[in-house]
Design a protein around this ligand. Structure first.
Ligand code: SAM
Length: 209
């Protein structure tokens, strides 16, 4: 595991286990802002007035930190559930920018009220093992790619995630592979393609029918 600088100056990690970086090397922050904040959070808050988020792959905490910033700027409530099967160890996360460290120091498996609008729980569990509780209106689907983790991008897994979303709930992801689009459709989502961040032609927003 090693920390890497990306093209916009923000950092990511490289996972030896999966042979992949946690974010786009063309800009970690730029990618998160486009895929999860603009296409996911802004849309869900416009639709529902609040966001109840499930993140698949808490990783460095970058998505969570950006979400908190936006919630506080916009003054709307966000409840954030970050799933992480393999949390970064302290000697890894201490290499991250200082603003991300408080999220990593939070205890797992309990809710934390970080500000009047932002609460977070980190759960150390695989998506496959997560009990299905319908409670979310937005999913940040940020697993490693289908080449590395095909089991997480299957129609069955999207069905499971869909069952945890309310009607017209939203899932966003950076991966626009045609097999992923097909699996989302067969799990009952309407798939929208949107322009991606630099070096990524399209990314996906899927709406639960
Ligand atoms: C692409 S990275 C996520 C980056 C993260 N969202 C961020 O902002 O830094 C994928 C993450 O999914 C985690 N992961 C891998 N398999 C998982 C599984 N079966 N269930 C939940 N998380 C998993 C990895 O450990 C890794 O942290």
């Amino acid at each position: 595991m090693g920390i890497r600088e990306t093209s916009d100056g923000s950092v990511t990690f490289f996972s030896e286990k999966y042979g992949q970086t946690y974010h786009s090397v063309h800009g970690a922050r730029t990618e998160s802002e486009r895929v999860f904040i603009e296409l996911g959070l802004d849309y869900a808050v416009g639709r529902f007035g609040r966001a109840d988020i499930l993140e698949v792959g808490f990783g460095t905490g970058l998505n969570a930190w950006l979400t908190r910033q936006k919630a506080e700027e916009g003054d709307y409530p966000v409840r954030y559930t970050g799933l992480e099967a393999y949390p970064l160890a302290p000697d890894e996360y201490r290499l991250l920018p200082p603003e991300l460290l408080p999220l990593h120091r939070l205890s797992w498996e309990e809710w934390h009220t970080i500000s009047p609008v932002f609460s977070v729980i980190k759960k150390q569990i695989r998506l496959e093992d997560l009990p299905c509780e319908p409670q979310f209106n937005l999913v940040y689907f940020d697993a490693f790619s289908p080449d590395a983790q095909p089991e997480l991008w299957s129609a069955e897994m999207f069905m499971k995630v869909g069952n945890m979303l309310c009607a017209e709930g939203v899932l966003t992801t950076y991966c626009s592979k045609s097999s992923v689009q097909r699996n989302l459709r067969s799990a009952g989502f309407t798939v929208e393609k949107h322009p991606g961040p630099p070096h990524k032609r399209e990314v996906i927003r899927a709406i639960k029918k």
